[in-house]
Design a protein around this ligand. Structure first.
Ligand code: PAF
Length: 297
């Protein structure tokens, strides 16, 4: 281990309780230090580490939470097999400027059942919201609780979870939380596959075929001028479904703000294609931006 990583490992605090976390956070607030927060469910990869890098560039103190949130899993098998390896995560974080790792147990985050029901309207009735009922309510429950514990000035989220980001922005607005949500670019493997903790669950042959998802999305960008929205959609679905072991759950071409499907390219200035694909039992998501005008970037 390089010397700075060993040093960072000693300096980095690993905290499991809310009371300990809050005493540090209140000290930081007194010194006017800006707190950057990266919420994760662990099984960290370069995508997470790039969020930590961006947080450390923008803030004085970086807090990373590692918590596999049970309330956002609508499938108990998915929760059970979600990869967990705290020590490997801690070692990975020691390579970056992470000051605090907050790794609470379930009872610490939910001393009592969280019965709150959020309403994100049309944002949660499509795509992930449609196929994973209750998922975004669970995400909103945990993220709002974590925000309350960490009191971040800025929180960093990857654009791979495009719909999650929209829901978290809506939640922050609804609850009037004083935190800036910072969207961060998708980090990809060399072959284009969007980095995800679930990638490590893929078999060798699934892993070999999975980059077809990103490749197809990227290639489809070349056909916007000559293809209708519907035709492009069907072509993407057919191409991915023709790959052994891949099955598209949905592919929607939507307005990037409202997440509602568009049927013509000129219906919005910001158009995103969002996809969920099963590789065996492993569900992968990705997205591509077809059109975003400069004035709203
Ligand atoms: O994106 C994730 O890893 C999770 O949904 C999050 C935001 C950490 C909430 O559990």
């Amino acid at each position: 281990m390089p010397i700075y990583e060993a040093f960072n490992l000693i300096l980095m605090k690993i905290i499991n309780t809310v009371s300990e976390l809050q005493s540090i956070v209140s000290q930081e607030a007194k010194q006017n230090n800006k707190v950057g927060f990266v919420p994760t469910m662990g099984a960290l990869h370069q995508g997470h580490l790039s969020l930590v890098e961006q947080a450390s560039q923008a803030c004085d103190l970086v807090i990373v939470s590692i918590f596999v949130n049970p309330t956002q899993f609508n499938n108990s098998k998915d929760l059970e097999r979600y990869p967990r390896d705290l020590q490997t995560d801690i070692d990975a974080l020691s390579t970056k400027k992470c000051d605090i790792v907050f790794a609470p147990l379930v009872d610490e985050v939910y001393p009592e059942e969280d019965t709150r029901q959020f309403n994100f309207g049309a944002l949660e009735t499509v795509m992930e919201g449609k196929y994973r009922p209750g998922h975004f309510n669970g995400v909103a429950q945990v993220v709002s609780r974590l925000f309350d514990m960490v009191k971040p000035d800025k929180a960093f989220f990857g654009l791979k979870d495009f719909q999650q980001l929209a829901v978290i922005c809506a939640m922050t607005k609804q609850l009037n939380l004083p935190v800036e949500i910072v969207p961060c670019e998708i980090v990809r493997e060399k072959d284009g596959l969007a980095m995800s903790s679930r990638n490590m669950l893929l078999t060798d042959s699934q892993r070999k075929n999975a980059p077809v998802i990103a490749r197809t999305l990227f290639e489809s960008c070349n056909f916007v001028a000559e293809s209708s929205v519907e035709k492009l959609k069907q072509d993407v679905i057919a191409k991915i479904n023709s790959t052994e072991g891949l099955e598209v759950e949905y592919f929607e071409i939507v307005d990037g703000y409202s997440l509602q499907p568009v049927d013509m390219w000129d219906k919005s200035d910001y158009i995103v294609g969002c996809i969920a694909v099963f590789a065996g039992e492993i569900r992968l998501i990705d997205n591509v931006t077809y059109k975003k005008t400069n004035h709203d970037s």
